[in-house]
Design a protein around this ligand. Structure first.
Ligand code: GTP
Length: 360
């Protein structure tokens, strides 16, 4: 992970004409990295979200985060490179002083954070204005609305607030004839797994290979009688794909907790990995050599878990149900090996990086 220079704002150049670039979110034009823009009112929780998900900051320490005064840009290096831009809450991005194209051109998703514990009408008004402005110039941008800080709300109030926010946004959009605008809503909190789940869904929309990944995971699950399989980005604990059987937050939580344990232990006793140790040659081995991959099996409650590192960015975690995977280990290992080889073709970059370039 690397800090990019903060933007000097506002920009005073004349505003160039606005148009949709027609590029895929992760197109290689410009700097080539899809952007996730974090926007919303002051104190809604934008910097906290970015710090907890991408920097492993303990949620309670977000209490001490200072208010963001400039656009904070960070570059994330993982199975795919992307940027996260954290915007100060008070800015009006459509003010002619801003270079709107520079902000929205390479965007993968706009994440709009609404503090559900606070008065949210103004936040919705700004969100609606933003969506309507975007619909003119960039109609394909995914707008992801995080109804955030829901941890402090009762179940009933949480549901009512969520529905109310969706209704208000949808009413405004249909009044302007944009019923089908790509806007999605999530209930999130940094104090549980919901923020990682929401981010997983946001990131998955930016992966053109997602249908292929799902098909590969489906096939792995049916061949090895796996209940549920997740492909995790190890460092952020975002899952980039899962098989198409129904997903419940419980199974995601088990897998995510398990990743934490395994990663903590392997960081103490295992090989160097990831961003902190990007130029270590042994990463090549880890990425390509089955014998060096980490494989664990564990019984958690009624479930056996199977974890295997796929490359330096990704780990496969499978919920095996109450059938011990030890009995079918050979079949699972073989099929996961096939899956790993297929993944190399889907994400050649992850493998190439492990060989060619140090992560920065
Ligand atoms: N209860 C609760 N508090 C949260 C959550 N996320 C963030 N907070 C708190 O909200 C406060 C504001 O968080 P920030 O991340 O600084 O908000 P911001 O949107 O970046 O604020 P600006 O930089 O001023 O735009 C902090 O005290 C966080 O601890 C959450 O999920 N639940």
């Amino acid at each position: 992970m690397e800090d990019l220079p903060d933007a000097e704002v506002p920009h005073t150049d004349p505003v160039p004409p606005r148009f949709h670039t027609g590029r895929l979110p992760n197109s290689k034009a410009g700097d080539g990295k899809p952007r996730l823009l974090l926007m919303g009112q002051r104190r809604s929780g934008k910097s906290s979200i970015s710090s907890v998900v991408f920097h492993k900051l303990p949620p309670s320490e977000t209490l001490y985060l200072e208010t963001t005064t400039r656009i904070k840009k960070e570059s994330m290096h993982s199975f795919m490179d992307f940027q996260v831009w954290d915007f100060p809450g008070h800015l009006d991005y459509f003010d002619p002083a801003f270079d709107v194209d520079n902000i929205f051109e390479e965007i993968g998703a706009l994440i709009w954070v609404i503090d559900a514990q606070d008065e949210y009408l103004e936040a919705i008004m700004r969100l609606n204005t933003t969506i309507l402005n975007l619909q003119h110039s960039y109609p394909n941008i995914n707008v992801e609305v995080f109804v955030h800080k829901v941890d402090g709300l009762s179940e009933d109030y949480k549901g009512d607030t969520f529905r109310d926010i969706i209704q208000r946004v949808q009413d405004e959009l249909s009044d302007h004839g944009y019923e089908n605008a790509p806007v999605s809503f999530y209930q999130t909190s940094i104090y549980d797994h919901s923020i990682f789940e929401a981010f997983s869904k946001v990131i998955q929309k930016l992966i053109p290979q997602l249908p292929t990944l799902e098909a590969l995971l489906n096939s792995l699950c049916s061949t090895c009688h796996i209940e549920k399989a997740y492909l995790f980005d190890i460092m952020s604990k975002i899952y980039i794909a899962t098989d198409t059987s129904p997903t419940d937050i419980g199974s995601y939580e088990i897998c995510s907790d398990y990743i934490d344990v395994v990663i903590d232990v392997s960081e103490i006793y295992g090989w160097p990995r990831g961003e902190q140790n990007g130029d270590d040659e042994s990463l090549t081995e880890t990425g390509n050599n089955d014998a060096e991959s980490l494989i664990t099996m564990e019984r958690k409650g009624n479930n056996y878990l199977y974890l295997r590192e796929i490359n330096k960015y990704l780990a496969l975690i499978c919920l095996m149900g109450d059938d011990s995977p030890a009995e079918k280990k050979a079949v699972i290992d073989y099929n996961v090996g096939v899956f790993q080889a297929a993944l190399k073709q889907v994400f050649p970059r992850a493998e190439r990086d492990a060989v060619d370039a140090p992560a920065t």
